[in-house]
Design a protein around this ligand. Structure first.
Ligand code: CMP
Length: 143
């Protein structure tokens, strides 16, 4: 079963949106297999955003993601990577459709509430960066 890495960013945590965001993915039918509230240090931030290291906004991005707690999650389900990306909306909240997380709650391209892996390869990389195997729970829904 496909897995993705999703993270409520510091702005989403500050604005009490963890519950709302978890609820959207639960109601969609995806299964939460790992989650934790945590601080990201400089080293982890730089690794996580390594593909953006040459972008002009890289330092701003690292400063923001290390500025306060994030809620890191691993979700499982059919096509969860692309469906979660649709549910998140476009990177720039001003272009994101209503009904998406960023369209409904995001303020700016930097403060856009949520991060989600954009491919199978980045999902594997990001899950391994943030979680140990023992923190991911494989279980069947009985009800
Ligand atoms: P995310 O999905 O976390 O992946 C990379 C992030 O870079 C993206 O969300 C945005 O929050 C951020 N980003 C993209 N473009 C800009 C920009 N022009 N200025 C600041 N942050 C940006």
């Amino acid at each position: 079963m496909e897995r993705t890495f999703l993270m409520v960013k510091p702005d989403g945590v500050q604005r009490n949106l963890i519950g709302e965001i978890v609820s959207r993915f639960e109601k969609k039918g995806f299964q939460l297999v790992g989650a934790k509230l945590m601080m990201i240090d400089q080293g982890l931030a730089e690794k996580h955003y390594q593909e953006h290291k040459d972008k002009p906004f890289f330092n701003e991005l690292v400063d923001f993601i290390t500025s306060g707690p994030v809620f890191a999650m691993v979700w499982e389900g059919n096509n969860v990577i692309s469906v979660a990306r649709s549910m998140m909306g476009k990177t720039n909240p001003q272009e994101a459709a209503s009904g998406t997380v960023r369209g409904d709650y995001g303020l700016s391209v930097g403060m856009n509430i949520i991060h989600g892996s954009d491919s199978l390869e980045s999902a594997k990389r990001e899950i391994a960066l943030f979680f140990n195997e023992t923190e991911l729970i494989d279980y069947k829904k009985e009800i």
